[in-house]
Design a protein around this ligand. Structure first.
Ligand SMILES: [Zn+2]
Length: 66
């Protein structure tokens, strides 16, 4: 117990602004790779549109930029 701080935000890049935006999901880096993620939608705080995304679009905050 006491390892909940390993959770980080799941991010995508807004295709309009190119900015990293949070998807609203959180994940643990150690389990992210094996975690199944279907098609999701996110209300984008950067451009105010709805973006559809799936796991190949996503990265964990602090990993791979943003
Ligand atoms: Zn956007």
């Amino acid at each position: 117990m006491g390892k909940e701080s390993n959770y980080v935000r799941v991010m995508i890049h807004c295709p309009v602004t190119g900015r990293g935006i949070p998807t609203g999901l959180t994940a643990e880096a150690s389990t992210w790779q094996a975690r199944p993620i279907g098609l999701n939608r996110v209300s984008c705080p950067a451009c105010k549109q709805i973006h559809a995304w799936s796991k190949p679009d996503a990265h964990l905050e602090g990993a791979g930029g943003s």
